[in-house]
Design a protein around this ligand. Structure first.
Ligand code: NAD
Length: 334
């Protein structure tokens, strides 16, 4: 059993914790929480052990939240710590993880040099095997890498150009915007997403431009992939249809309907960890392929976190069991 601790029980942390609970070869030893809010109550209801800082303990207990110990005690009990703290906070914990001799999975909000390898299960699983640290790339980068590494099965890629329409906030966030604007983010090219892709696919010629839109449901990307030889649209459709973690969408053209479809399907929290490719958008013009897809920012990195835990522990096959336990789809959705 791989003993896993989750540090930071927010949007990503709580989903990773739930996913760990579903793995037959992992045990969730506990999570950390810094505020005794509704998420703490929910973790307690799920039977998850909560750890906090020494100073916070009496506050949690005064709110009726059971505390099992201090953060460091939790880390000592784990083989791997999944760090899902806010951007930049993970880097501050890195030394503690190291001094305790623990392996750690970081998130995409950290700089690439926080870990020995930036990780995308479909692209470079083996590079993380047996390492001490891995960084699961951001939600947007995870989406881009899944479709690029799948496109590579039909031929060699010459270059990738893309636009990213980013969601402004997650559903629970009340202090982020914009609410009345589309913001170039940044108003320069490339956006950091292309740079992040290259932390995994080092030699790839890729340029991205990004904007933030007033929505909280999903991101939407359009990619223009130029192949070295004219590609077959049918082959690409076949690759997308046969790859778990990618689904083809028909008769839906908005993230709002996709979110509703996930709710109808009965997904917990309406999560859709699959990249959702709009089937009708896939087109081929000479050597260039164009397609559009949606990325559910809150859940897309969850399967990759589970794979990264196994990879760090030297388990060399993970994706199939992750897909099975999390009910990850392939083919046409819904
Ligand atoms: P979040 O704010 O929802 O959750 C972070 C949690 O960490 C919160 O519960 C917060 O209370 C807790 N925390 C804050 N300081 C802490 C500390 N010092 N020690 C322990 N816990 C602490 O953030 P999130 O959206 O889950 O993001 C976490 C990481 O995942 C970031 O690197 C982010 O870039 C990345 N990420 C986020 C998304 C997304 O869309 N939300 C998608 C992919 C990757």
């Amino acid at each position: 059993m791989i003993r896993v601790a989750v540090n930071g029980y927010g949007t990503i942390g709580k989903r990773v914790a739930d996913a760990v609970l579903k793995q037959p070869d992992m045990r969730l030893v506990g999570i950390t929480k810094m505020t005794p809010n509704f998420e703490s109550i929910e973790a307690m209801r799920r039977g998850i052990k909560i750890y906090t800082s020494k100073e916070n303990m009496s506050l949690f207990r005064s709110k009726g939240v059971e505390i099992h110990g201090e953060v460091e005690e939790l880390f000592r009990d784990a083989d791997v710590i999944v760090d899902a703290t806010p951007n930049g906070v993970g880097a501050k914990y890195k030394q503690l993880y190291q001094s305790l001799g623990k392996k750690a999975v970081f998130q995409g909000g950290e700089k690439a040099d926080v870990a020995q390898v930036s990780f995308s299960a479909l692209c470079n699983f083996n590079e993380a095997l047996g390492k001490d640290t891995a960084r699961v790339v951001s939600c947007n980068t995870t989406g881009i890498l899944r479709v690029i590494c799948t496109s590579m099965h039909i031929g060699e890629i010459e270059k990738v150009r893309g636009t990213i329409v980013r969601r402004a906030a997650d559903l629970k966030e009340v202090k982020k915007g914009p609410i009345n604007s589309i913001v170039a983010d940044p108003a320069s090219v490339p956006s950091h997403h292309a740079v992040d892709v290259k932390t995994v696919l080092k030699g790839l010629d890729i340029v991205t431009a990004a904007v933030v839109a007033p929505t909280n449901l999903m991101h939407l990307h359009t990619l223009f992939v130029t192949m070295k030889e004219p590609p077959s649209k049918d082959k690409l459709m076949e690759e997308f249809a046969n790859t778990s973690r990618i689904v083809l969408i028909r008769d839906i053209s908005s993230t709002a309907e996709l979110f509703e479809a996930a709710r109808d399907y009965g997904r917990p929290r309406a999560d859709m960890p699959e990249v959702m490719v709009f089937a009708d958008s896939i087109s081929v013009n000479s050597k260039e392929i164009t397609f559009m897809y949606a990325v559910h920012q809150e859940s897309i990195v969850v399967p990759e976190n589970i794979d990264a835990i196994r990879a760090l522990n030297g388990v060399n096959s993970s994706m199939e069991i992750t897909n099975q336990t999390l009910g990850i789809l392939k083919g046409v959705f819904p």
